[in-house]
Design a protein around this ligand. Structure first.
Ligand code: GLU
Length: 295
């Protein structure tokens, strides 16, 4: 398998310029390091009908091309189930019956990091578990041996973050993002993960899971987000931020691509033309403030 980088959008709606910039960056990182570039649709959750086609169309419109057929997470349930079975066979999982409210209201375990699952169901006896099974379907949690884990990030350096007893399968049967992403990256030969730096805090959990599953952890680069004029992560409510909104005000996809390239201090033109000038170490470290350009 050729080593690869990837972009992994959730098809919840149209991509906005922030998502498109991350995709362009992931493409530049992959291609400048001789990797293939893959696209994975993370449709386990929040999928909106029609969004995938719009997203693929918009990625192509800004010049992003991928080297193999698009993979969809909803088609990969057996891979996720096998990973959860493996962890379960090793005694590394347990059933959890807590509601969100119960977790919020539970006293946190001593020394546990803020927001970590307090471990309520980790300690249930067999009899207690039987009783609770009759009341609610269980989610499956990881029985973690660590409370933190370190990763190396190309842009953030050594990063240590919380690992708790994270959910692997939700109680509605849907595989949790953290497990799916680890299984998929390894199965697709992805050894480079470039994504928004809002996902950096989940990365130690994913790297730890990869270790438990005997999978190589990819190299990471968490890139700065695009923000609005208040410094808040760009969202659909920030005006014309999708290609279709921008086209409606007279700004074509090529112009959006060029604005993104300029924000990366790269010359206007195709992504292939920008590629030889791309230096990951020279990337601006601060978020890019989006201003809707004049047509
Ligand atoms: N599907 C996730 C998102 O759109 C990205 C996951 C990843 O890149 O690992 O936020």
């Amino acid at each position: 398998m050729t080593p690869a980088g990837r972009f992994a959008p959730s098809p919840s709606g149209e991509l906005h310029v922030g998502n498109l910039r991350t995709a362009i960056l992931a493409w530049l990182f992959a291609k400048s390091s001789g990797r293939d570039f893959l696209l994975r649709v993370e449709d386990l959750d929040r999928a909106r009908s029609g969004a995938e086609a719009e997203q693929l169309r918009d990625l192509q419109a800004v010049g992003v091309r991928w080297d193999a057929a698009v993979v969809r997470q909803t088609e990969r349930g057996t891979l996720y189930a096998a990973a959860i079975e493996r962890l379960t066979a090793e005694g590394r999982t347990y059933e959890c019956f807590c509601t969100r409210r119960e977790i919020q209201e539970a006293p946190s375990a001593p020394h546990a990091p803020q927001g970590a699952y307090p471990g309520t169901c980790r300690r249930l006896s067999h009899a207690e578990r039987e009783i609770r099974r009759a009341t609610r379907p269980a989610s499956i949690r990881l029985r973690s041996d660590v409370s933190e884990w370190a990763v190396e990030d190309q842009l953030h350096g050594h990063y240590v973050g919380v690992v708790d007893d994270l959910v692997l399968r939700r109680n509605d049967g849907v595989t949790a993002y953290n497990l799916a992403v680890v299984v998929d990256d390894a199965a697709q030969g992805i050894d480079q993960v470039v994504r928004g730096d809002d996902l950096l805090p989940s990365t130690p959990r994913q790297a730890y899971l990869a270790t438990l599953l005997g999978l190589p952890a990819p190299e990471y680069a968490h890139v700065p987000l695009v923000v609005n004029h208040d410094g808040v992560r760009l969202a659909k409510r920030d005006g014309a931020v999708t290609l279709s909104d921008l086209a409606a005000v007279g700004i074509p996809a090529e112009r959006v691509r060029d604005l993104v390239l300029a924000s990366l201090r790269l010359p206007a033109g195709t992504l292939e033309e920008a590629l030889p000038r791309f230096r990951p170490q020279e990337l601006p470290g601060e978020p890019w403030v989006w201003k809707t350009p004049r047509a």
